[in-house]
Design a protein around this ligand. Structure first.
Ligand code: ADP
Ligand code: MG
Length: 224
C-alpha cells in the first residue's frame, strides 16, 4: 500500500485481489514473495503452472517493464523468472521501489475482458466493460453504466459491445458463460456502493471462459 503525494492510496495487485475476493469476486490465487526462495515455495503450494509479476508502486504496466512471466512449469523456471523480472525492472525503471514478486496460478484459456470503475464529475461512479487488448485500446468498443448497475443493466452492457460475438464463441471457440460475467459486473457495482472510498478500480484482464470468470490483474485507487 503506497500513499502518493496527494495522499490517495494505491493498492498493489495482491492487496487489490484480497479486497475483491472478500467481496465475492473470483480472483486467481495470488501471494506475495519477498525473496526467490519464497517464490519457489509459494509456487509449490499454489501448484504449477504459475505466473510471476513485479510488485512495485512505480511500475503500473508490468509487462512493459519485463515484469510478467507466464506459464512457469517448475521450480527452476520460477527461479530464472524471478531473477529476470528483477533485472528487467531495475533496467527499465531505474530506482523503482520493489515490494516483491507476486506468485499466482496460471489461469486456463479464455477471452480477456476488462472491467473498470471511474468517478464521473456529473454521474459519480461509472462502470466500464469491454474486451481486452486492442478492442479497448484501439477501437474503444466499451459499454458504460452508472452505479448501481442492476442485473438487467449488466446483461445489456455485455450484449451491446461489438465484441459480443467473440464472447458467444467464434471459429469453434468455447462460448463464455455470460451469466458469470453479468453476476461479476453487479458484484463490482455492489462493491463500489459499499466502499465509497474507492476512487478507481481496474480489472484488466478478467479471463472469461465456459467455466466462469477469474480476475488475473487488478488495481484499486482509494481516496485519502
Ligand atoms: P500488466 O497489465 O501490468 O502488464 P498483467 O497482470 O495484466 O500485467 O499481465 C499481462 C498479461 O499476462 C495479461 O493480460 C494476461 O494475458 C497474462 N496473465 C497475467 N496473469 C495471468 C494469470 N494469472 N494467468 C494467465 N495469464 C495471465
Ligand atoms: Mg493488466
Amino acid at each position: 500500500m503506497v500513499k502518493q503525494n496527494k495522499k490517495i492510496i494505491i493498492l498493489n495487485e495482491v492487496e487489490a485481489k484480497i479486497l475483491l475476493g472478500q467481496a465475492g469476486i473470483p480472483v486467481i490465487d495470488t501471494r506475495l514473495a519477498r525473496t526467490k526462495k519464497d517464490a519457489v515455495s509459494l509456487s509449490g503450494k499454489i501448484g504449477f503452472p504459475v505466473v510471476l509479476k513485479i510488485v512495485s508502486p512505480d511500475v503500473v504496466h508490468k509487462s512493459d517493464a519485463g515484469g510478467v512471466k507466464v506459464g512457469l512449469a517448475n521450480a527452476a523456471q520460477v527461479r530464472k523468472a524471478y531473477t529476470e523480472i528483477i533485472t528487467n525492472v531495475k533496467e527499465k525503471v531505474p530506482g523503482a521501489r520493489i515490494e516483491g514478486v507476486s506468485v499466482q496460478k496460471m489461469a486456463g484459456p479464455g477471452v480477456e475482458v476488462i472491467i473498470g470503475m471511474t468517478e464521473d464529475d456529473q454521474f459519480g461512479p461509472v462502470i466500464m466493460f469491454g474486451l481486452g487488448g486492442i478492442w479497448v485500446e484501439a477501437i474503444r468498443d466499451v459499454a458504460f453504466r452508472v452505479v448501481p448497475v442492476s442485473a438487467r443493466d449488466a446483461d445489456e452492457m455485455v450484449r451491446e459491445i461489438k465484441g459480443f460475438a467473440v464472447l458467444r464463441g467464434y471459429r469453434g471457440q468455447e462460448p463464455v458463460k455470460i451469466s458469470s460475467l453479468t453476476k461479476l459486473i453487479t458484484r463490482i457495482s455492489r462493491f463500489i456502493e459499499k466502499n465509497p472510498q474507492v476512487k478507481e478500480l481496474d480489472i484488466n484482464p478478467l479471463i472469461a471462459s465456459g467455466d466462469g470468470v477469474v480476475a488475473v490483474d487488478a488495481r484499486i485507487v482509494m481516496k485519502p
